[in-house]
Design a binder for this molecule. Structure first.
Ligand code: GTP
Ligand code: ZN
Length: 201
């Protein structure tokens, strides 16, 4: 058993129970009137269980485990990685939402900087959980502030929710944009600079 990760406001969690997930998918197939033993569906519960294990892998990862590599570059101005593709699972319908995240921070006075790929890894840790877009956005910003001791952070996420496209209101193409801005990036001029870099195509 892996060490349970304590999730902010989401309790703590143990191992992924593949057998249980498989049984649940089989039950769902029965509930919709399908025959889980017919040729095409026989392997489906196992496949779906493995797919969820992968899509929800962030439940067993902690942000401090990915923001590990730090360099002392003495760079004390904004670092921004934009257009990081994200795929997450809306916790209301367990349907995907996908889009891009833009992540920026102003390093600590000490010039403590992380690897650029680690910013994308951080987004993934939180995206690969049952989520709402607002919480995903704030968790990334708050991690940059607490783990990197950043002086400022900005996270903007633009995403399309399948629960709004393929069912219910059925509005494909509608984008939801959320932002979280912390510390020195809240100052109007710095915030405006970050937003213009994010919006530039
Ligand atoms: N704020 C927020 N809402 C979300 C997110 N993902 C899905 N939702 C919304 O969650 C709401 C759930 O509303 P309910 O009325 O309980 O569920 P529902 O009957 O399936 O709602 P409809 O989608 O309107 O048919 C819906 O309005 C969804 O659009 C998210 O990331 N953030
Ligand atoms: Zn939803």
């Amino acid at each position: 058993m892996t060490d349970p990760v304590t999730l902010d406001g989401q309790g703590s969690i143990g191992d992924f129970d593949e057998k249980r997930a498989e049984a649940a998918v089989r039950e769902l197939l029965l509930a919709v009137g399908e025959d889980p033993d017919r040729e095409g569906l026989r392997e489906t519960p196992g496949r779906v269980a493995r797919a969820y294990k992968e899509i929800l892998a962030g439940l067993r990862q902690a942000p401090e485990d990915v923001l590990t590599t730090t360099f002392d570059l003495g760079h004390d101005e904004m670092v921004l990685v934009k257009d990081i593709e994200i795929m997450s699972l809306c916790e209301h319908h367990l349907l995907p939402f996908h889009g891009v995240a833009h992540v920026g921070y102003i390093p600590a006075d000490t010039g403590k900087i992380t690897g650029l790929s680690k910013l994308a890894r951080l987004v993934d840790v939180f995206a690969r959980r049952p989520q709402v877009q607002e919480r995903l956005t704030t968790q990334v910003a708050d991690s940059l502030m607490s783990i990197l001791e950043a002086r400022g952070a900005i996270v903007v996420i633009e995403a399309e929710h399948m629960c709004m496209s393929v069912r219910g209101i059925r509005k494909p193409g509608a984008k939801t944009i959320t932002s979280a801005v912390r510390g020195q990036l809240r100052a109007p001029a710095t915030r405006a600079e970050a937003m213009s870099l994010i919006m530039a195509r």
